[in-house]
Write a protein that binds this ligand. Structure first.
Ligand SMILES: C[S@@+](CC[C@H](N)C(=O)[O-])C[C@H]1O[C@@H](n2cnc3c(N)ncnc32)[C@H](O)[C@@H]1O
Length: 318
């Protein structure tokens, strides 16, 4: 049976208010307990959440599946960080199995926040970044993790990617926090795709426009919120360090337009960044992680995540 509940604009704007008024433990208890109870008993979750039943059903099953994936201890946190992104990326690299080290290319990989945990899992990771300071931090981080032999640092940028790494040779390419700052997005995505081996996966993490609007509005910066909402690129103004912000549709269109099959778009940090610090400090890490896990893939909550994460595959036959 498929029960569809409408998602209205008013419900979109209701959510942040609800999150703030109720506090995460109350909201987490209500959403998780009620959704799980109903999903496990085969009932639709009900109209009060303004969610689509089959989306909730998929999400609850997905959470169970995600919990089966062992995650590197360095990337487990209280649910407020990017645990779901680490989990999705680590699931992709584990698919390559033992004995065949997954070849990871981390473009704009900076100091190795993503690269080093993957290297400690056995991946052979190349980090390309224009910043010598970031690459020095990467080397230090890799050394401290005992993973120096599996991390290669290359100074360069996405525009010259084809000159500094072999094309078609990476099983997994990461572009996290990069598409917001490159000069030309389609050209950058084309370069990232060129680095992938057929059947390989591109992981993209970008700043979300809706979250930027909400965060500024909730901080009383209404003019900034209006700029982010109405600017074609989602910028606050010329002084904004980001050249653009993304929404789910734009990200999906960008990746499929580059010839990739989009396998996942999830929100990274839907709730935690909206919580007042007093609520955040007293919230249960487990409840927050549970809430983030469900909210990350359920509209309209996914759309208001601080960052949007996509995993997209280059077809094996291309
Ligand atoms: C926000 S940091 C993200 C670092 C890392 N990927 C992460 O998620 O923690 C952006 C990184 O992109 C790098 N960067 C800036 N412009 C770039 C470009 N055109 N090509 C590749 N990397 C770039 C910066 O040096 C910086 O390390």
């Amino acid at each position: 049976m498929r029960t569809t509940c409408s998602v209205s604009l008013s419900s979109f704007w209701f959510w942040p208010d609800a999150l703030l008024c109720l506090g995460v433990r109350d909201l987490g208890r209500m959403v998780i307990a009620e959704t799980r109870r109903r999903v496990l008993s085969g009932q639709p979750p009900g109209a009060c959440w303004a969610l689509e039943w089959d989306v909730v059903n998929r999400s609850a099953k997905d959470v169970e599946a995600r919990e089966d994936v062992p995650v590197h201890p360095a990337t487990v946190n209280d649910g407020a960080g990017s645990a779901l992104v680490h989990r999705a990326v680590q699931r992709a690299v584990r698919a390559y199995g033992a004995g065949t080290p997954c070849r990871v290319l981390d473009v704009g990989g900076g100091s190795g926040v993503w690269a080093v945990p993957l290297a400690t899992l056995g991946c052979q990771v190349t980090v390309v970044d224009p910043s010598p300071d970031a690459l020095a931090s990467l080397a230090r981080r890799a050394r401290e993790a005992g993973a120096s032999d599996r991390v290669t640092a290359v100074q360069g940028d996405v525009d010259c990617l084809g000159e500094v790494v072999a094309g078609g040779a990476a099983d997994v390419v990461l572009a996290h926090g990069v598409l917001e700052v490159v000069d030309e997005v389609p050209r950058a995505v084309e370069a990232l795709v060129s680095a992938l081996t057929p059947g390989g996966v591109l992981s993209v993490l970008v700043a979300g426009r809706a979250a930027a609007v909400l965060h500024r509005a909730l901080a009383g910066r209404l003019a900034d919120a209006m700029h982010v909402l109405t600017d074609p690129d989602g910028r606050i103004g010329p002084g904004d360090p980001l050249l653009r912000r993304f929404d789910v549709d734009g990200l999906s269109t960008l990746l499929s337009g580059a010839g990739l099959d989009v396998e996942l778009i999830q929100g990274d940090t839907v709730v935690a960044d909206l919580l007042p610090s007093s609520v955040r400090a007293s919230a249960s890490g487990a409840a927050l992680a549970d809430l983030e896990a469900v909210a990350s893939s359920v509209a309209p909550l996914r759309e208001i995540a601080s960052r949007l994460h996509a995993m997209a595959r280059l077809p094996a036959t291309s």
